[in-house]
Ligand binder design. Structure first.
Ligand code: MG
Ligand code: ZN
Length: 220
């Protein structure tokens, strides 16, 4: 009984995700679903990505948050187009929430839409939100076992960012173990080891984003 309800919810979500994908496709917008635990650095990665690509591409953000608009305020101070989505207690974004947010953006000026999901390593993996790529942010203070403990999300990721590598000497994080379990679980996904504090690895990450965007011309 309960399984049927969940299946219905996911089917309804997939229909809406298809509509989101159509709208974004028609407007030539690539979209990244940015997922990871609270505190892994999702907002910081968005800031760093924007600062490296802002002269080449139009970038906008949909900011998913359970209750606050703190991250959206932080990003809009950088001059980004930001739409806040409060999930009202839900621990993930769904396609309907993203679809509702789209009319609030000027998509004609957007090449890359970064969608910050709610900090959570479990159910965001199950909800297609119409994105073109799923990006997983993890960080060294979380430990090196996260991909073994939450395999679905790591398996579905198109790229994995390991943030806070500058803290590696101070926390329990076995780099070899992390990279080995990532390559066992998801050998296709590139892994970027970065620090938003020192800047390490972020140019390589931005370079990968650039190749995903291909030969787009900046719209705005
Ligand atoms: Mg955030
Ligand atoms: Zn959830």
């Amino acid at each position: 009984m309960e399984i049927q309800v969940v299946e219905k919810i996911l089917q309804a979500n997939d229909l809406l995700a298809g509509e989101v994908r159509e709208i974004l496709g028609a407007n030539g917008v690539a979209s990244f679903n940015i997922m990871g635990t609270p505190g892994s650095g999702k907002t910081s990665i968005i800031e760093q990505t924007f600062s490296r690509l802002r002269d080449e591409f139009g970038v906008a953000v949909i900011e998913g948050d359970i209750a606050t608009s703190l991250d959206a305020e932080r990003l809009s101070r950088l001059g980004l187009q930001v739409v806040q989505v409060n999930t009202g207690g839900e621990c993930h974004l769904d396609a309907g929430m993203v679809k509702t947010a789209l009319p609030k953006l000027d998509l004609s000026a957007v090449d890359l839409l970064l969608i910050e999901n709610v900090g959570n390593l479990v159910c965001p993996a199950e909800f297609d939100i119409g994105e073109s790529k799923k990006i997983l942010i993890t960080s060294t203070p979380e430990g090196d076992d996260k991909c073994q403990k939450y395999p679905l999300m790591f398996r579905l990721a198109d790229a994995v960012v390991v943030n806070k590598v500058d803290l590696m000497p101070y926390v329990e994080f076995n780099r070899t173990n992390c990279l080995l379990s990532l390559s066992n679980l998801n050998p296709q996904a590139p892994v970027f080891e970065v620090s938003c504090t020192t800047g390490e690895g972020l140019d390589e990450w931005a370079g990968w984003v650039r190749t995903q965007l291909g030969k787009r011309k900046r719209k705005s």
